[in-house]
Design a protein. Structure first.
Length: 129
């Protein structure tokens, strides 16, 4: 498999709580180097001057409504929307129909997400009396 490379130039990089101007070199979907200047050829170069480059956001309380209420939203549509806003991982609450109150129902949600999610995912399991 041929390698793919991406060089993001001149961005305002937020990394470990510090903002710095610089470049990011990515190879095969992994960050290889972050530095003030990187002079290397890449398959794709993005000039990020005037742009913020931030880590992916984790949203730990989403309500996607699948299963049971997909007329409101579903995992595919909401994970696409999340990515558009910079959210790379979501954790969904168990307020669906049926609620994820058993290991089997929780696994069903993981199976649904495996088939349709556009981002990383996890799910909360509910408790009931």
């Amino acid at each position: 498999m041929p390698s793919s490379t991406l060089l993001i130039k001149n961005g305002q990089i937020i990394n470990r709580g510090v903002v710095s101007s610089g470049d990011i070199f990515i190879k095969n979907d992994r960050i290889e180097k972050i530095a003030s200047t990187i002079d290397i050829e890449a398959d794709t170069v993005i000039d990020a001057i005037g742009k913020w480059v931030i880590p992916g956001i984790i949203d730990d309380q989403v309500h996607f409504r699948e299963p049971g209420m997909t007329y409101k939203a579903d995992i595919a549509s909401e994970s696409r929307a999340a990515i558009a806003g910079g959210v790379t991982t979501f954790m969904e609450m168990p307020n669906t129909r049926p609620s994820a109150l058993t290991q089997e129902l929780l696994q069903d949600k993981y199976d649904m997400a495996y088939r349709s999610a556009y981002s990383n995912y996890s799910f909360f399991m509910g408790a009931s009396n």
